[in-house]
Design a protein around this ligand. Structure first.
Ligand code: NAG
Ligand code: NAG
Ligand code: NAG
Ligand code: NAG
Ligand code: NAG
Length: 318
C-alpha cells in the first residue's frame, strides 16, 4: 500500500512539474515577440486534429495523459511555441516553415505561371525591338523586374532575412493555400434542425470548438467551455446562451475546460471537464432559467474524453 502511494505521489509530482513547466513556458511565450502568429494558429489547429485522433480512442486517463503530453510537444514545436519562440527563424525545419520554393521550377505552380508570363512578355518585347542593343537590354531589364514579382524569386533574400514583409507574405499566402483545407475548426456557424430541415442561426460571436452543448427546458441552449481559435486556441471558460436566436454570454466557469460533457438535471447543469484537474462544475438556474451560480463540486479521478452522462440514483452500478 505504502509503495502504491509512493508511486502515486511521484507520478502526481511529475505531473505537477509538467504543469509548472508548461506554465513557465506559457509565460515565456507571452513575453516573446513572434513574427509568425498566423502560422502558429494554423499549427495549433493541426496539433488539435492530431490530439483529437489520439484522444478519441482512449479508454483510461493514462492514455489521455499521453495524448495531452503529445499535444504539448506538438504545440511547443509550433512556430511561436516554447521551442520556437520567435517563429520560423528558430525552426526552419518545421513543416509549416518549410520552403515551398525548393525546386520551385518543378514543383511550384504559382512560380511556374509567373515565370511563363515573364518569358512571354520578354519574347514579345524582343521580337518587336528594332535591331538596337539598347532596346534588347531594356526588354531584359523589364523581364528581370517582372521576375522579381514572382513568388520564390526572392528566396535568397528571404533566406537571409526571413522577416522581410514581402517575403513573409509570399510564403504565407502559399502556406494558406496548402493548409486552407485543414482548417476544420475555422467557423462560427450554428444551425437548428426542425421538421423542414436545417436552418441557419446567427453566427456565434467567437470561433470556438470542442465545447459542450446542453439544452434547457425553455427553448434555450448553452455552449460551455471549448477552445477559442480566434484567440490562438486558448481554453475557454465562458458560458454562452442561445435564446430567441441570439447568442449571449451569461457567465463563466470557475475552471476553463474543453472536450467535456454537460447534463441538465433539476435546474442544474453538471459539467465534467477533460483537462487536468478534471473539475466537475455545477451551474444553477432559477425558475425562469436564468443562471444564478457556478460551483465547483469536485474533481474526477482522471480525464474522460467527451464522457457519456446519464441521470441515475446514488451508488448505482451498471
Ligand atoms: C519596359 O518597361 C517600361 C515601363 O513599363 C516601358 O516604358 C518600356 O517601354 C519597356 N521596354 C520595352 C523595350 O518594351
Ligand atoms: C479544398 O476543399 C475544397 C472543397 O472540398 C476543394 O474544392 C479544394 O480543391 C480543396 N483545396 C485544396 C488546396 O485541396
Ligand atoms: C437579439 O438581440 C438583439 C440585440 O441584442 C435584439 O435587437 C433582437 O431583437 C434580438 N432578437 C430576438 C429574436 O430576440
Ligand atoms: C418557460 O417559458 C414560459 C413562457 O415564457 C413560462 O411561462 C414558463 O414558466 C417557462 N418555464 C421555465 C422552466 O422557465
Ligand atoms: C431569476 O433570476 C433572474 C436574474 O438573476 C431574475 O431577474 C429573475 O427574477 C429570477 N426569477 C425568479 C422566478 O426568481
Amino acid at each position: 500500500m505504502a509503495r502504491f502511494w509512493n508511486i502515486f505521489v511521484i507520478q502526481e509530482m511529475r505531473f505537477l512539474l509538467i504543469i509548472f513547466i508548461n506554465l513557465a513556458q506559457a509565460a515565456l511565450r507571452q513575453r516573446d515577440i513572434c513574427n509568425d502568429q498566423e502560422i502558429n494558429n494554423e499549427c495549433l489547429v493541426v496539433c488539435d486534429g492530431e490530439f483529437f485522433e489520439c484522444a478519441k480512442n482512449c479508454e483510461n486517463s493514462e492514455c489521455s495523459r499521453k495524448c495531452f503530453e503529445e499535444l504539448d510537444v506538438c504545440e511547443n514545436s509550433c512556430p511561436c511555441g516554447a521551442d520556437c519562440p520567435t517563429g520560423c527563424v528558430d525552426c526552419p525545419e518545421h513543416p509549416l516553415c518549410e520552403d515551398e520554393c525548393e525546386d520551385a521550377q518543378l514543383n511550384n505552380n504559382d512560380y511556374k505561371i509567373c515565370l511563363n508570363e515573364a518569358i512571354y512578355e520578354l519574347d514579345f518585347c524582343l521580337k518587336i525591338c528594332p535591331p538596337e542593343i539598347g532596346c534588347h537590354n531594356s526588354c531584359y531589364e523589364n523581364y528581370t523586374q517582372m521576375l522579381f514579382l514572382c513568388p520564390c524569386i526572392e528566396q535568397e533574400r528571404c533566406f537571409y532575412s526571413r522577416h522581410s514583409e514581402i517575403c513573409r507574405q509570399k510564403l504565407f499566402t502559399k502556406r494558406r493555400r496548402i493548409f486552407a483545407n485543414f482548417s476544420y475548426y475555422e467557423h462560427q456557424k450554428a444551425e437548428t434542425l426542425s421538421a423542414t430541415g436545417w436552418t441557419a442561426l446567427p453566427n456565434h460571436p467567437k470561433r470556438i470548438s470542442v465545447h459542450s452543448l446542453v439544452g434547457l427546458e425553455n427553448q434555450s441552449m448553452l455552449l460551455i467551455g471549448g477552445r477559442d481559435y480566434g484567440n490562438g486556441g486558448a481554453d475557454q471558460s465562458r458560458i454562452w446562451q442561445l435564446k430567441d436566436e441570439n447568442w449571449s454570454k451569461i457567465g463563466e466557469l470557475l475552471q476553463a475546460d474543453f472536450y467535456g460533457s454537460a447534463i441538465y438535471i433539476d435546474r442544474s447543469v453538471y459539467y465534467f471537464g477533460y483537462r487536468s484537474p478534471y473539475a466537475i462544475q455545477r451551474l444553477d438556474f432559477n425558475e425562469t432559467e436564468d443562471l444564478q451560480n457556478v460551483a465547483r463540486i469536485g474533481n474526477q479521478p482522471g480525464g474522460f474524453f467527451l464522457p457519456v452522462l446519464f441521470h441515475t440514483v446514488s451508488d448505482y452500478c451498471i
